[in-house]
Design a protein. Structure first.
Length: 346
């Protein structure tokens, strides 16, 4: 795989909540990159990218962007169902690809996408599991890997959005397929459990409810999901996804070991301020995953650009994305059927 010495010419597809964050990072903070094109369906978003970020070429059609912009790489932050076709088109055009998670919603489409990726071994493909780049998770992983809490017995991952985001989610889920509570909210937790334990889930049992938002049933969605995973090495794990956190964004990981415990993000603190008032003692909380993981989002894309420059494949592979998607879908299948679901390996 050849190294790249000139700045990597990048186009970004998708300028929504996360896409705009990636676009700003790429244009303002990430080294070794030249953002030459952007694609979105919203003309106001495109105008913002052109006027505020200085991205010269703007497109409504991603194929036109790829065909006309002389790119080295694309960053795909479009709605999940489009990830396979966009990745396939970009890889066949000779480009490196960074694709946000999940890789897609249809496993057959995702597998075909993976086949295309494997047909281009000299091109970099990287999946967006940004929590692996978060310094707190990396520190916790180091503690576990060094055996400081003994052998992992149990893991629990929370992914709960603030109530303030409920109306936005309803609009999104009414217009597109979210993939279900476990794919939409817990796929990062699934990836972290595999990453920490080096084990694969073999059984899943899921439950869902709409107690806090009964109207979600009208669009085939659930407000809360809880799933139990049995790993092939004996570890037990729990996934909890939801959309009803009154205090803010609750993203938490607990690892119980045979000789100690650790927790990441137990308290979603916005900063180190504690307020003492007539209302009691309180600490302001983070209100979005974007703010919580801003540095991790930055570091994962910087790693993508660096991997292109070095001509090396990333540690986060398409297989990681496929496994996480299969596992999250098994949790949803269990919740839908009320039965224990076996998860085949591979």
């Amino acid at each position: 795989m050849t190294k790249q010495t000139n700045p990597v010419r990048v186009g970004i597809i998708g300028l929504g909540r996360l896409g705009s964050r990636h676009a700003r990072h790429l244009t303002e903070k990430i080294q070794g990159v030249d953002v030459v094109a952007a694609c979105a369906l919203d003309k106001d978003q495109l105008q913002w990218a052109h006027d505020d970020l200085g991205i010269e070429k703007i497109f409504l059609d991603y194929k036109e962007m790829i065909d006309q912009s002389n790119l080295d790489a694309v960053v795909i932050v479009a709605p999940t169902p489009f990830h396979p076709e966009m990745t396939t088109y970009a890889m066949n055009a000779g480009l490196h690809v960074f694709c946000e998670k999940p890789l897609g919603l249809d496993l057959d489409e995702v597998q075909k996408m993976a086949d295309t990726i494997h047909q281009h071994p000299k091109q970099i493909f990287q999946s967006g599991f940004m929590r692996r780049y978060d310094k707190s998770y990396q520190y916790a992983k180091k503690i576990v890997d060094e055996g400081k809490i003994g052998k992992i017995i149990y893991m629990r991952g929370y992914g709960i959005d603030p109530i303030s985001g409920m109306e936005s989610f309803k609009k999104f889920a009414s217009e597109a397929d979210s993939g279900g509570i476990f794919v939409d909210m817990n796929i990062h937790d699934v990836d972290l459990i595999r990453w920490f334990t080096h084990q694969e889930p073999v059984e899943a049992y899921g439950l869902t409810s709409n107690i806090a938002a009964p109207d979600l049933a009208d669009i085939g969605e659930f407000e809360t999901g809880v799933a139990q995973l049995k790993m092939d090495g004996g570890v037990i794990a729990t996934l909890i996804g939801g959309r009803h956190a009154a205090h803010g964004n609750q993203v938490e990981l607990e690892v119980m070991g045979s000789n100690g415990w650790l927790r990441v993000g137990e308290h979603p603190d916005l900063n180190r301020v504690t307020v003492f008032s007539e209302n009691g003692v309180s600490r302001p909380s983070l209100q979005s995953f974007g703010a919580r993981f801003d540095e991790a989002f930055l570091d994962e894309v910087q790693d993508f650009i660096s991997n292109i420059a070095k001509g090396q494949q990333p540690e986060v592979t398409v297989e990681d994305g496929i496994r996480a998607l299969k596992i999250a879908k098994a949790c949803q299948e269990s919740a839908n059927t009320g039965k224990l679901v076996n998860i085949p390996k591979g």
